[in-house]
Design a protein around this ligand. Structure first.
Ligand code: FNR
Length: 182
């Protein structure tokens, strides 16, 4: 199954990027995860909507070609970072490639609550008419105090998180399978 893992952080050493890379590496036998960064997208502007940059077309192409999208995002000031909102705004226009596409969410932050508030906002956005994703219920992955769980080389060494990710990935694969059976 092809998964586009969209990283909500534009930081080079992003913990969320490292979390996505952990999922990519650990579950490579069952999921084909492509890491998708949104750093180079221009600001969405209705004036250029009909003539978007190649970066926008490439981004939409990666999303369109995936069986599902994994959003892996930090929390900025109790919401999702602007770069991720910008990416979602681009996806909500044109071919609207997210409509009906399954997705799931993970988030890591240095705070205790591990992106709870950001994910609430993200879920709302994913249900907006132009995005209309089909979201994996439950399975809320909040990796708080991430700096204590992922080392500088990107290794996740927090056993409860490792076990929970295993459960969530299994749940996601089962849920996705059932979606396509009906
Ligand atoms: C943060 N951070 C943060 N953390 C949190 O738990 N809740 C929050 O509201 C915020 N707000 C916030 C705003 C801004 C502008 C920055 C730069 C940071 C801290 C954040 O969790 C931390 O920087 C993460 O490491 C960011 O994720 P990446 O870039 O490592 O993936």
């Amino acid at each position: 199954m092809k998964i586009a893992a969209v990283i909500g952080s534009n930081r080079k050493n992003s913990y969320n990027l490292k979390l996505a890379e952990y999922v990519q590496k650990t579950f490579k036998d069952r999921l084909d995860v492509e890491i998708v960064r949104v750093n180079d997208l221009p600001f969405y502007n209705e004036d250029i909507e009909l003539t978007p940059d190649q970066s926008v077309l490439d981004f939409r192409g990666k999303i369109a070609g995936a069986d599902a999208v994994l959003w892996v995002t930090p929390e900025y000031n109790y919401s999702i970072p602007g770069v991720l909102k910008n990416a979602l705004d681009w996806l909500s226009r044109g071919d609207r490639v997210m409509i009906g596409k399954p997705s799931w969410i993970m988030g890591a932050s240095m705070g205790l609550l591990g992106t709870v508030r950001a994910q609430e906002h993200l879920r709302d956005i994913l249900f907006s008419p132009g995005v209309s994703s089909v979201l994996l219920p439950g399975n809320e992955v909040y990796v708080g105090l991430v700096h204590e769980k992922i080392d500088k080389d990107g290794n996740l060494h927090h056993e409860p998180t490792i076990e929970f990710l295993n459960v969530v990935v299994n749940n996601f694969i089962n849920w996705h399978g059932k979606l396509h059976k009906n």
